[in-house]
Design a protein around this ligand. Structure first.
Ligand code: AMP
Length: 453
């Protein structure tokens, strides 16, 4: 089995627009940060589904010619995050299937926690699987369901799965959007300017295609899209929200609103809280781009220490986190980030990043800043120590590789060779996202080990 079979991705659905696949394509561009390994779109022309998917960035997978073959007024799309090990094309989405009711395509963001159990049972009953994706379980559950209508089969199937799922299903004539009862991963509903509808993992997709945000798909809700009708809402599960707080910390794009709030604003709040919790005398605050930018602005505003861009990022190199071997990761950090000597030389530098996972990035960056002449480097992290892996759809290494699971803050500080190290604590993080007294509506498992499912 692979180390991580997580689905940490983006989904989009377009319903009721002549150029549905083009809108899905543009949306996927704005959701590219959620997954760079593979991309795909399925469209429906009312009688048949068409699918194109491949490894690589959205830009590589599609061109004008290919998009022209994805005809029809509805479409679903997906970008897939990289995983360790097998990255076969079979693991790209949408997952397409023909079954007794016709054809369907599914896109999934999230990670099912009982996937292995469900899969073993299905295999015992004679099912054959083509991929490692937990999403394929859904195809079998839907195909096997005794219900007559697809809508009821979907409801049947999702009763049997557990964990995180923001899903969009496409049939020849309908589209369905569904979120798990905890609403771990985001999914928003918007209106296209022609009156059609869009659902997407993040609202930055709406801005790009000129759609208006209506509301989030509720945790536990199934939305049914049918021609000539407003989306119909079916409450499948009682909502018990546990939104992934890491969407605010790192994953979502700052110009998106997820779980009803501006990502940028929450990140800036984190920086402000961090400045209060972990002040330091310094000459300049710099972010680790891009993730640390809003928090560094917040830190600077709260502390009064000037903000500067002290590190340049080369945007044409992929995320460092995605490379499976340590050697490659080290190399890619160097390729990606370079220090601005004129900003750093002789200065006491506060460097802000959103999280420390393995510690590799911070260690490299701090060395780099010292080599560029920084007199002191104070590392500030706008989230609590990442101590536990995520089982709900964010790519985190196993516990042994999480530096904060194995070292104290002082030890980490020494390891990364910083002059000081400060993290946000859980309470300040919750305050930054405007959570009430407790964290009832948020999943903070990666920082606390308190898992819900
Ligand atoms: P590390 O070298 O493992 O400590 O990586 C820390 C860096 O990875 C930080 O700059 C984060 O912004 C970034 N990061 C944190 N979580 C993730 C994730 N799930 N996927 C990709 N990058 C991440």
């Amino acid at each position: 089995m692979r180390e991580n079979i997580n689905e940490k991705c983006a989904v989009v659905g377009i319903f009721g627009h002549e150029e549905a696949s083009k809108l899905a394509y543009f949306s996927l561009h704005s959701l590219q940060h959620r997954g760079q390994e593979a991309a795909g779109i399925s469209s429906s022309d009312g009688t048949k589904l068409h699918t194109i998917k491949d490894r690589g960035l959205v830009m590589r997978v599609f061109n004008e010619e290919k998009l022209a073959t994805l005809s029809g007024s509805s479409a679903v799309g997906h970008t897939r995050y990289s995983t360790a090990g097998d990255d076969s094309i079979l693991d790209a989405q949408p997952v397409f299937a023909r079954y007794d009711l016709g054809e369907m395509a599914i896109v999934h963001n999230g990670n099912l926690t009982n996937a292995e159990v469900v899969r073993s049972k299905l295999i015992e009953q004679g099912a054959i699987f083509q991929t490692f994706m937990d999403t394929e379980n859904l195809i079998h559950l839907i195909a096997k369901s005794q219900q007559e209508k697809l809508q009821d089969r979907i409801i049947d199937a999702v009763q049997k799965i557990e964990g995180a799922f923001s899903l969009v299903f496409l049939s020849r004539t309908k589209m369905f959007a569904m979120r798990d009862r905890h609403g771990f991963r985001p999914l928003s509903l918007g209106r296209l300017s022609n009156g059609g509808y869009i659902v997407a993992s993040e609202t930055c997709a709406f801005d790009l295609v000129g759609a208006k945000y209506i509301r989030d798909v509720e945790p536990g809700e199934l939305l049914v899209f049918e021609e000539g009708k407003a989306p119909q809402s079916v409450k499948v599960f009682e909502a018990t929200p546990k939104h992934c707080i890491f969407e605010y910390v790192y994953f979502a794009r700052p110009d998106s609103h997820v779980f009803g709030q501006s990502v940028y604003q929450t990140r800036k709040n984190m920086g402000k809280e961090l400045a209060k919790m972990s002040p330091v005398e310094a000459d300049v605050v710099i972010p680790v781009p891009d993730g640390g930018v809003p928090a560094a602005i917040g830190y600077s505003q709260e502390s009064g220490i000037p903000y500067e861009m002290g590190i340049m990022r080369n945007h044409y190199v992929g995320r460092t986190f995605i490379e499976p071997t340590q050697e490659m990761r080290d190399l890619k950090v160097k390729m990606k980030l370079s220090p601005m000597e004129e900003i750093i030389k002789g200065k006491r530098v506060v460097v802000v990043d959103d999280s420390i996972v393995r510690g590799t990035t911070s260690r490299r960056i701090i060395r780099m800043l010292k080599e560029a002449g920084a007199s002191e480097v104070h590392m500030r992290v706008s989230s609590p120590p990442t101590t536990d892996p995520c089982f709900y759809g964010v790519d985190t290494p196993t516990k042994e590789k999480l530096i904060a699971a194995n070292m104290t803050v002082d030890e980490i500080c020494k390891y990364i060779e910083a002059d000081s190290l400060g993290y946000l604590d859980e309470a300040a993080l919750l305050k930054s996202v405007n959570a009430t007294d407790d964290n009832e509506n948020y999943c903070t498992a990666c920082f606390t080990g308190k898992y819900i499912v």
